[in-house]
Design a protein around this ligand. Structure first.
Ligand code: GDP
Length: 311
C-alpha cells in the first residue's frame, strides 16, 4: 500500500469513529483493527503496530469507561463526542510517535554560518544518496550557507560524473577524482580543500554497493575517522519495505548516523519500513525526498507529516 493509500485508510478508520452512534470498547477495537491492518500493509514493523494498539487501548479505555458511566444522562451527546475526540487524539498521537524518536533522541542538526561543518552521507547503492547530496546542498545554499560537495564513491563507475553533473546544474562547487581510487584519500583531500576555503557545509557522498558487506562498512568507518563528520546521515530508500529496519540497524551499528533522509516518498513507496527504521535506530528523519529534481526535498516534522498524510 503506498503512502497516500495509507493516509486514506487511516483517515477512513478515524471517520468511522465519528460516524459511529455508540462509542464503547467494541467500537475502539474495530477502529484499532482497521488502523493496525493499514499500518501492517504499509510495512510498518509488526511489533510497533502491536505497541501502537496497546498504547491507545491503555490510554483510552479507562477514560472511555468514565465517559460511559455518564451515558444515559442528559450529557449523552456530549459524552459521545468527548469519547470520539479522545480516540482520535490517542490514535493521532500514536501515529506521530511512530515517526518521532522522542525527546531523548539526538537533536536535529542545523548547520550554521561561519564555521565548517562536515556532513557524511551513507546508504546502499540506489537509495538516492548522490541525488540527495545535491538536494541538501541546494537547501543549505538557499539558506545562505557556502556549501560544497565531495565525491568519495570510487566503487561505482560514473558516480563522480553523476555528482559533477548534478553539482554543476545546482552551481555547487565539488571535488572528486578520476584517477584516485582510495575513497579515504579523496574525502580527506576534498574536505581539507573546502575547509581551507572556509566553506560552511561540506557534504561527502560515499560509496553504496548493493549489500551491507563488511568492506562497505570498513570503508565507511575509515572515511568517518578521516573527515570526522559533524553529522552522518543515512539515506534510506522509502520503497524498500520491511528490509529498512535491518538495514538501518546495520548502518547504525557501523556508522552511528545521527539523522535519516527517506527518499522516493513521491512514488510507490509504502513508507512503513522507513517509519520502522526511526524506532529501530532511535534516530530522527530530517528530510524526505519527494521526486528526482533538485528541489524535491521536504523538511520532515512528525506532526505535520501525519496531519498531511491524513489529509
Ligand atoms: P545512490 O546510488 O544512492 O547515489 O542513488 P542515486 O542518487 O543515483 O539515485 C538512484 C535513483 O533514484 C535515481 O534514478 C534518482 O533519480 C532516484 N531518486 C533519488 N531520490 C528520489 C526521490 O526522492 N524520488 C524519486 N522518485 N526518485 C529518486
Amino acid at each position: 500500500m503506498v503512502l497516500q493509500d495509507l493516509g486514506r485508510r487511516l483517515n477512513s478508520a478515524l471517520q468511522s469513529v465519528s460516524a459511529s452512534s455508540s462509542i464503547d470498547e467494541q467500537a475502539l477495537d474495530a477502529v484499532l483493527k482497521s488502523v493496525c491492518a493499514a499500518l501492517l500493509e504499509s510495512d510498518v514493523n509488526v511489533l510497533l503496530v502491536k505497541r501502537t494498539r496497546e498504547r491507545v487501548k491503555k490510554l483510552v479505555l479507562p477514560q472511555l469507561e468514565q465517559i460511559q458511566a455518564k451515558q444515559g444522562t442528559e450529557h449523552d451527546a456530549m459524552a459521545g463526542n468527548k469519547a470520539k475526540q479522545l480516540i482520535h487524539k490517542a490514535i493521532f498521537d500514536e501515529l506521530v510517535a511512530l515517526v518521532d524518536p522522542g525527546d531523548d533522541a539526538p537533536p536535529a542538526f542545523n548547520p550554521v554560518k561561519g564555521k565548517t561543518q562536515v556532513i557524511m552521507m551513507v546508504g546502499l547503492q540506489g537509495a538516492g544518496k548522490t541525488t540527495t547530496c545535491t538536494k541538501l546542498a541546494t537547501h543549505y545554499q538557499r539558506r545562505g550557507l557556502k556549501v560544497a560537495l565531495v565525491c568519495a564513491d570510487t566503487f561505482r563507475a560514473g558516480a563522480f560524473d553523476q555528482l559533477k553533473q548534478n553539482a554543476t546544474r545546482a552551481k555547487v562547487p565539488f571535488f572528486g577524482s578520476y584517477t584516485e581510487t582510495d575513497p579515504v584519500a579523496i574525502s580527506l583531500q576534498g574536505v581539507q580543500k573546502f575547509r581551507s576555503e572556509r566553506f560552511d557545509v561540506i557534504i561527502v557522498d560515499t560509496s553504496g554497493r548493493h549489500r551491507q558487506e563488511s568492506e562497505l562498512f570498513d570503508e565507511m568507518c575509515q572515511i568517518q575517522d578521516a573527515v570526522e563528520p559533524d553529522m552522518t546521515v543515512l539515506v534510506l530508500d522509502g520503497a524498500i519495505g520491511q528490509a529498512a529496519e535491518a538495514q538501518s540497524q546495520a548502518f547504525k551499528e557501523a556508522s552511528d548516523f545521527g539523522a535519516i533522509i527517506v527518499t522516493k516518498l513521491d512514488g510507490h513507496a509504502k513508507g512503513g519500513g522507513a517509519i520502522s527504521a526511526v524506532a529501530a535506530t532511535h534516530t530522527p528523519i530530517i528530510f524526505i525526498g519527494t521526486g528526482e529534481h533538485l528541489h524535491d526535498l521536504e523538511k520532515f516534522s512528525p506532526r505535520p507529516f501525519i496531519s498531511k498524510m491524513l489529509g
